[in-house]
Ligand binder design. Structure first.
Ligand code: HEC
Length: 131
């Protein structure tokens, strides 16, 4: 994507003015366009905390009888005795998304918020990487 310098400046004014005034680095056009660009969802920084908050009570090292562990990347991708729960690149074909979207999971406790569900879906759509 090529952006003209004046376009970048305009974007910076609209979207990043707080960032630009707070940091000299961010006011250079290259850094502003980086900040405005879409960053992939991070498994470790964004997905794991959601699973920890809602799922580890029943799907983790301390509770292995269900056969589905959601406290490691490997566990998540391995799925359960019934098969995979994450289809990389295909959120709507992923059982995990199905179950969260329908409200079946978490089986107890607060439901996953729409914003958090979106993070899970985007991460899967982007290839479900261990990033
Ligand atoms: C209070 C306990 C509990 C919590 C919390 C919980 N689960 Fe489950 N989960 C279960 C049980 C019990 C089953 C097995 C249910 C069944 O087979 O019908 C299950 C099954 C599943 C399955 C189907 C695969 C399988 O092994 O049958 C998926 C996918 C799943 N859970 C995802 C999640 C996700 C994602 C979260 C967090 C957002 C979550 N669960 C939170 C208890 C829980």
């Amino acid at each position: 994507m090529l952006l003209r310098a004046d376009t970048i400046t305009a974007l910076a004014v609209v979207a990043g003015i707080g960032l630009a005034v707070q940091s000299d680095v961010a006011s250079s056009p290259a850094d502003v366009s980086m900040a405005a660009a879409h960053e992939p969802v991070s498994f470790s920084a964004e997905v794991m905390p959601i699973l920890e908050k809602y799922c580890w009570e029943c799907h983790s090292e301390s509770n292995t009888e269900l056969g589905l562990r959601l406290d490691t990347y490997e566990g998540l991708m391995a799925g359960s005795d019934y098969g995979t729960v994450v289809e990389a690149g295909d959120p709507s074909g992923s059982l995990l998304i199905d179950m969260v979207e329908s409200g079946d999971m978490p089986e107890e406790g607060d439901p996953v918020s729409p914003e958090e569900l979106e993070i899970l879906k985007t991460w899967i759509a982007e290839g479900a990487e261990n990033n």
